[in-house]
Structures are given as structure tokens and as C-alpha cells.
Design a protein around this ligand. Sequence first.
Ligand SMILES: *Cc1c(COP(=O)(O)O)cnc(C)c1O
Length: 426
Amino acid sequence: MIYKRSSTLFANAEKVIPGGVNSPVRAFKAVGGTPIFVKEAKGAYLYDEDGNVLIDYINSWGPMILGHAYAPVVNAVVEKAKKGTSFGMPTEIETEIAELAVSMVPNIDKIRFVNSGTEACMSAVRLARGYTGKDKIIKFAGCYHGHSDSFLIQAGSGAVTFGSPNSPGVTEGTAKDTLLANYNDLKNVEALIQANKNEIACIILEPVAGNMGCIPPVAGFLEGLRSLCDANDILLIFDEVMTGFRLAKGGAQQLLNVNADIVCFGKVIGGGLPVGAFAARNEIMNYLAPLGPVYQAGTLSGNPLAMAAGLAMLKALNEDSEIFNRLAEKTEYLHKGLAKVLEKNNITHTINRMGSMISVHFNEEKVIDFKTAAKGNNERFKTFFHGMLNNGIYIAPSAFETWFITDALTYEDLDKTIAACDAVFK
Ligand SMILES: *Cc1c(COP(=O)(O)O)cnc(C)c1O
């Protein structure tokens, strides 16, 4: 494939944007080569600036669960835009999407909309601290909760891709309140709670991890966290920015049947526009300004374009009783097909999957936490990434990312993807 125009556009971008990108993982640093500039996208396909067509497994890192330029979402945004794009005043559509979200997700009474997953997680932790009157939080190595200071301690996603899971600029004062645990290791969490009695406000985690590849929780892990939280007056925060409205209508809470105290959303809930949200039961949400003392605000929060996109997306998901089964079936088909060709070509691998999230790890052992994820063969991943790309398949340019299956993918697309994998390793 030719990337002439992408190379030129990237060179221009590098002069005026740090690293040429507005979010680090886009720069292809982990895999080398030139980032691809997208011209447009429709359904399962990306069309780049050089005229290449790619089958997309990133889908804007999750939001485009029904494929790119999904007509009901696009139409809703266009119609809204004609009537003004932001007022900084209440609008009826905010209540409409809030009612729908609250009806779809278990165990929440109220929801507050923000502009990104980062904001959602940051605000959820502030709320947990305010509500409990305690300062410390527990997070897990390899989980990503956005780029706010408290979370840039052994963070996943781009943070590990760039080898700087702990960012300069995060003060020691902030870092000391973030306690780090190993994913899927209940004993570790128990020990941290014992060592910090009555100091921990919340445990925050991705109920199915998606930012160190896809790592499902082992049996009993989420239930164990729930019990530990109940026994120690700690709030359990599920960061469902990736899993919310993706694994099920009610997200991981519903699929795995464990209730969180606060749930964070992003990605799918915005239908491709900048949206995040956090939600909880009344007694917790009523602690937020203007009802309660915990402050949180946003000039563009709940703006009509974002709400129109999100509402159209949630409606589509809510009205389609088969959508999540269909997505899971496609993902299983891809899993089996990839496993078959990797085995045939004697490539050591582990494939993790849950619902429409899947990741391929070039590992000997099972990938269950950050330590095991980090043991993957990165040279092999680079070969895989560029080989797939040359065959017209766009996967994440880092081994620490999940692939997102969309409803727009056909079985023919999946077969092409499996055949590409076979071709790469032959
Ligand atoms: C993407 C992501 C975030 C951050 O969301 P942004 O919209 O990028 O700020 C937080 N948590 C999880 C689990 C995510 O996947």
C-alpha cells in the first residue's frame, strides 16, 4: 500500500502539533511507520487520504459499535446543528437520554453528562472521596481511566505503549493517594485495604479490562471486590467507558451480574461525539452540586449535538434485542478463525475475548493481568500489525489495545481478516 499523502500530511502536522497527533497512540510509535490519515469512513471501512480502503477494528477506539457514519446518528446531529450547537442552558434532550440510560443500566438512578471518559472517571473519584470523606483510591496496574493525575500511575493504553506509565507532572502528593493493585488478584487488594484501614474512598477498575489488551475478570474477582467494598465502607467504581453499552445494554454490571456504586461511561454513549457520563444511586448522585457539596461542571456538558448523537445511538442499541448476541457471535467467529490460522503457522499466541472485545497476544502463557500482558512478543506484534495493514486490515497500533467488533462487519470481512492473518504468518 502507498502512504504518500499520509506521509506529507503527517510531516505538516508534526510542525504544529506535538508529535503530529492530538492523542499519543495515533502516532504509531510502538509499531513504527507513518500514521494513516483518514479521509472518511462508512460502515466497517476506512478510506484513507491515499485512496486505500481498510477494514476497521478500532472504530474510534470503541464508539462506532454500529459502524461509521451510522445514518440515524448522523441525521440526528445534522438536524440538531441547524437549531444551534450549544446554549449553556438546560435542554429537553438531556433528560431524554438520561431517562433512557437510567432505564438500560442496572442500579443507577441519576446520571451526569460530561465531555470525555477522562472527565467521567476524574469526577467519579472526586464524588467518591467527597461522599466517603476519605482520600485514597485503589486502581489496578494496566487499567486506564483517562489522563487525569490520579490515574497516571501504572496506567494502561497509550501510557504503557510509550513506556511511561507514570507521567512526570503528577505530583508526589497526588501519587501517594493512588494505591496500586494487580488485576485479578483479590488477595493483593485485601492486603492494601488492611494496610490502609479507613483511608480508602473507592476502588476503581475496568470490570473487563480493555487497555492492556482485553482481560476478562477471573471467576469471583468482581464479586470479591464487591464484598470487600461492602465490608469496609469503600465505593466500587466500574469504569465502563469501554464496556458500557457494548457488552450488554446494561454493560458489564448486567453481563457479569455485579453491581457497582458508581459507573463511568464514555465512547459508545456519545455515538462518536465527545461525551462521558457518570451515574449512581440517588444518595450518591445527590452529593453533587448543585444539590450537594461536591463540585463538578462543564460549559459544553450535555450540549445538544453530543446528546443527539448519544440518544440516537442508545435508542438503536435499546431497540435491537439481538445486537449484543450478533456482536458476540461475530467476535467468536473471528477468534476461532484467527486461532486456527495462528496454530497452523505455529505461532505461539493467546486470544482473549469477551462480548465484542478481543485481543491477540503473542504470549506463551495466559494473559490475566498487566505483568502477563507485558510479556508479549512485541517484535512479532509489529510484524503482525504491518502485515495486516498491508492486507487492508486496520488493527490498533499497539499490543496493549483491544479490537472492537462492530455490527457493520460482515462475515466476508471477518474471513478476509482471517485470511490476511494466515498470509502474514505463512
Ligand atoms: C477510553 C477510556 C477512558 C478515557 O476516555 P477519554 O474519552 O479518552 O477521556 C477511560 N476509561 C476507559 C476504560 C477507557 O477505555
